[in-house]
Design a protein around this ligand. Structure first.
Ligand code: HEC
Ligand code: HEC
Length: 483
């Protein structure tokens, strides 16, 4: 990836509002300078009009209208400006009611505003999707998918990594944008030509022509490709997609406001400790690929056995399994025959932990709805599987024992029967399940790796990864993360 793409064309860490103010100053200053140059000259024209001294406030040219006219409308490239218009344009959907922002809401770190496991879309806005909607923040440095991607930690052996979507099937942000535009469950346009027709009729069509040339609409396929490039440019260039404004960023840069509390500091230790949380082994927090830092993902794929989500209509078909990298949405790593050995089945991307405390649906199928629940799943998937997976052949108890936890997905206690662990993966692929801590396959009934204190501290730490413009989905109790 080029330098320019890493930092965007405007260089690092300049806020847009600040930039506009600077531009205004520059224009005002320039106007003054021109006048001074004239006044200080030989007066060749013998003008009778006295020019103001250098120290006078800059006159007419700095009127608000004049300044506005001389400032570029946006700090984004023309292509990115087109992408910005498209991102919020509901006309670019079969329903006329859905834009990218409907699922990727800028006010929620570009994740959904609601807590649905999967969103509704389609021509009549009544079709449930197949997967939870990821945040679009911090995706700019994602490398393309490779079966053997180098791990940024410099220790782990290369493995499946990189790419966009939960299964890595799109290599670039541009390739990814095609998927929702044409997916009948999402924006549901009839074809790429259908999208291009809508763009041609859009009020920003002149901007498209300015960005990509007057002949841009002559070739529909080429125009669609440009439109996808525009969406990519917007996500790469606009700082709202990678603001780096969290408390953790202040901490990492040694800045004021970046002092972690004792609870947050302990939480960071749990996050990185290979004997307890071990989160960092996949949600890697160090220097990443392409000069990135602290993305809290190593872009890798693992099978961790997330329970099946009965709320996804596609799962009513008991033969349907979303197996991530091996399909069915992704088709280039499919098993040779049903249940034939295939190490990619069940693998999903380890997503970034940035803004994770603002999310309302977790994992690829959105089956969990709180950060605490996710962490408890990591802690007790193996030691108390009956809290996460269905029990078959047992008898439900009339009343749960007093000590039966309420935090699991299964809230009914059973006597007898057998827990159907890994119920969202065909048995042939259960050997693909990752065996790293905190889910090391330890025996049911044994002690879990993290203590109650560890869990509370970890939640405090994860809240430091939220950008300044976000709200936590579940606010931490006042004082809970202080000591
Ligand atoms: C109906 C909801 C919906 C709409 C509308 C939508 N998306 Fe998404 N988006 C998703 C879902 C679901 C995924 C995960 C897809 C998967 O894993 O197969 C996703 C994934 C992505 C990703 C990959 C993020 C990652 O973590 O790898 C990008 C980028 C993205 N969408 C951009 C867009 C753009 C650009 C648009 C508009 C053209 C858009 N989306 C419209 C639901 C939506
Ligand atoms: C072996 C690698 C691995 C380890 C270790 C690991 N994770 Fe994950 N994590 C993943 C993968 C893979 C996913 C996506 C799984 C899926 O959706 O099927 C995930 C998903 C998540 C999510 C859901 C995020 C979202 O956007 O939906 C959270 C939260 C999370 N992990 C937190 C943690 C924490 C906290 C720890 C440490 C206690 C941890 N993880 C340890 C690999 C790992």
């Amino acid at each position: 990836m080029s330098e320019e793409r890493r930092f965007g064309p405007k260089g690092p860490a300049v806020r847009r509002t600040g930039q506009l103010a600077l531009a205004a100053l520059a224009v005002a200053g320039l106007a003054g300078a021109v006048l001074v140059a004239c006044g200080g000259g030989s007066g060749g024209g013998g003008s009778a009009v006295a020019l103001p001294p250098a120290s006078a406030p800059a006159p007419a040219a700095s009127s608000p209208a004049a300044v506005a006219a001389s400032i570029p409308a946006s700090t984004l490239s023309l292509a990115a400006q087109v992408g910005q218009k498209m991102f919020f344009d509901k006309n670019l959907s079969g329903s006329g009611a859905m834009s990218c922002a409907s699922c990727h809401d800028p006010a929620h770190a570009y994740a959904p505003a609601n807590d649905l496991s999967v969103q509704l879309g389609g021509v009549h806005m009544d079709k449930a999707g197949l997967r939870a909607v990821p945040s679009l923040r911090y995706k700019d440095i994602t490398p393309a998918y490779a079966d053997l991607l180098d791990n940024p930690d410099g220790i782990s052996v290369p493995g499946p990594g990189g790419g966009f979507a939960w299964d890595g099937r799109a290599d670039t942000l541009a390739a990814q944008a095609r998927i929702p535009l044409l997916d009948p469950l999402e924006m549901a346009n009839a074809s790429s030509a259908d999208v291009v027709k809508k763009l041609q009729a859009a009020d920003y069509a002149p901007l498209i022509a300015k960005a990509f040339g007057e002949k841009v609409f002559d070739d529909s396929d080429a125009a669609f490709a440009k439109a996808l490039q525009a969406l990519q440019a917007y996500q790469l260039e606009d700082r709202s997609f990678h603001p780096y404004s969290s408390k953790f960023d202040l901490y990492a840069a040694n800045k004021i406001g970046g002092n972690l509390t004792p609870a947050e500091t302990r939480g960071l230790k749990v996050f990185t400790n290979p004997a307890t949380g071990n989160c960092a082994s996949c949600h890697y927090q160090g220097a990443g690929l392409n000069g990135s830092s602290a993305l809290f993902t190593d872009f890798s794929y693992e099978a961790i056995g997330v329970p099946r989500n009965a709320n996804i209509p596609a799962n009513n078909d008991l033969k349907y399994f979303d197996m991530g990298v091996c399909g069915p949405l992704r088709t280039d790593h499919a098993p040779a025959a049903p249940n034939a050995a295939n190490s990619f089945c069940g693998m999903f991307k380890a997503p970034t932990m940035r803004n994770v405390a603002t999310r309302q649906a977790f994992f690829h199928n959105g089956v969990m709805h709180s950060l605490e629940q996710v962490i408890r799943f990591y802690n007790t998937r193996d030691t108390r599987p009956e809290l996460w997976y269905p029990t078959v052949g047992g008898t439900p108890k009339e009343k749960n024992d007093a000590d039966f936890p309420a935090y699991g997905l299964i809230t009914t206690q059973y006597t007898g029967g057998k827990v159907k662990k890994f119920d969202d993966l065909p048995p042939a692929y259960v050997p693909n399940i990752d065996t790293q801590l905190p889910m090391d396959g330890r025996a049911a009934g044994s002690a879990p790796p993290m203590s109650e204190q560890d869990i509370a501290d970890l939640i405090c730490f994860l809240n430091t990864l939220s950008d300044a413009d976000t709200k936590p989905a579940t606010p931490v109790k006042p004082g809970a993360c202080v000591n």
